[in-house]
Design a protein. Structure first.
Ligand code: PEP
Length: 250
C-alpha cells in the first residue's frame, strides 16, 4: 500500500555518540504524537545496531545508506544486506546520486543490490534523478525512465516492496528545491511509467518521495501534491529541530 514516508539521510555525518543522541532525541520528540507518515533515519553502518536497539523501531525505521552487491565472502570492506538486516535496520537507501557519481554505481551494481536487499527483507529506497544539464536540456523524463528500468526485472510483487525517491541532483545540498509543481509533474510521470509496466494498481500503491533541499519551509507545499508521498532529507535530518517540522508537514 502507498505510504507517506519522511526519511532522513545522515550521509557520512555524526560520531556514534552524536548519532545515538540524535536518534534518541527524535524518538523522544515523537513520543505520544500521532503521525501521518512513517519516519525513517538513514544512519552510517557503524551506528545501525546501536540506534535500532535504543529507539522505538515501530515508530522510527532505521535505514542503511548502501549495501554490497554480493551476498557474502571475500569482499573486504563491504557490508551485506544480510548484515544490515541483522542490526534491526529495515530499509536501505540505494542508488543515491552521490554513490552514482562518486562511486560509479551503475545498473550492473544496483540491480543485485536491490535483489539482495529484498531477499533479506529490507525495503530499498531507490534514488533516481537528473543532473542540472539534463534538466536544462529537457532530458529529465528520459533520465528517470532509464534509471527506473533497473527495477523492471522485478516481479510485480517485489516491485511493490520498493520505495522510489526522486532526487534532482541539482537540488541536493544546494538549497535549490524543485518547485512543488516540478516535483508533481515528474512524480506523476514516474507513476505513469510504473503503471505502463505493472498496471495502475501497482503504480497507485507505490510510494514516491521527493528529495533535494527539503526543509520546514517548503515541505508542506511539496507533500500537498497528490503524487508526492513524502521526502528523503539530507541536511535537515541532522537536527531534531529541523527534521520534526518536515515530519509534521502532512
Ligand atoms: C539527499 O542527500 O538525499 C538530500 C536530499 O540532501 P539535502 O536534503 O541536503 O538536499
Amino acid at each position: 500500500m502507498r505510504k507517506n514516508i519522511i526519511a532522513g539521510n545522515w550521509k557520512m555525518n555524526t560520531s556514534l555518540s552524536e548519532g545515538l543522541s540524535l536518534a534518541k532525541g527524535l524518538n523522544e520528540a515523537l513520543k505520544g504524537k500521532t503521525l501521518k507518515c512513517d519516519v525513517v533515519i538513514g544512519a552510517p553502518f557503524t551506528h545501525l545496531a546501536s540506534i535500532a536497539a535504543s529507539i522505538d523501531t515501530n515508530k522510527i525505521g532505521v535505514a542503511a545508506q548502501n549495501c554490497a552487491n554480493k551476498a557474502q565472502g571475500a569482499f573486504t570492506g563491504e557490508v551485506s544486506a544480510a548484515m544490515i538486516a541483522s542490526t534491526g535496520a529495515r530499509y536501505v537507501i540505494l542508488g543515491h546520486s552521490e554513490r552514482r557519481q562518486l562511486y560509479h554505481e551503475t545498473s550492473e551494481t544496483l540491480k543485485p543490490k536491490v535483489r539482495l536487499a529484498l531477499e533479506n527483507g529490507l525495503t530499498p529506497i531507490f534514488c533516481i534523478g537528473e543532473v542540472l544539464s539534463e534538466r536544462e536540456n529537457g532530458m529529465h523524463f528520459q533520465v528517470v525512465d532509464k534509471q527506473m528500468e533497473d527495477l523492471f526485472d522485478l516481479s510485480s510483487e517485489d516491485f511493490g516492496k520498493i520505495v522510489i525517491a526522486y532526487e534532482p541532483v541539482w537540488a541536493i545540498g544546494t538549497g535549490k528545491t524543485a518547485t512543488a509543481e516540478q516535483a508533481q509533474e515528474i512524480h506523476a510521470h514516474i507513476r505513469r511509467v510504473i503503471a505502463h509496466k505493472y498496471g495502475p494498481e501497482r503504480a497507485n500503491d507505490c510510494t514516491i518521495l521527493y528529495g533535494g533541499s527539503m526543509n520546514a519551509e517548503n515541505a508542506k507545499d511539496l507533500v500537498a501534491k497528490p503524487d508526492v508521498d513524502g521526502g528523503l532529507i539530507g541536511g535537515a535530518s541532522l537536527s531534531v529541530e529541523k527534521f520534526l517540522p518536515i515530519i509534521e508537514a502532512f
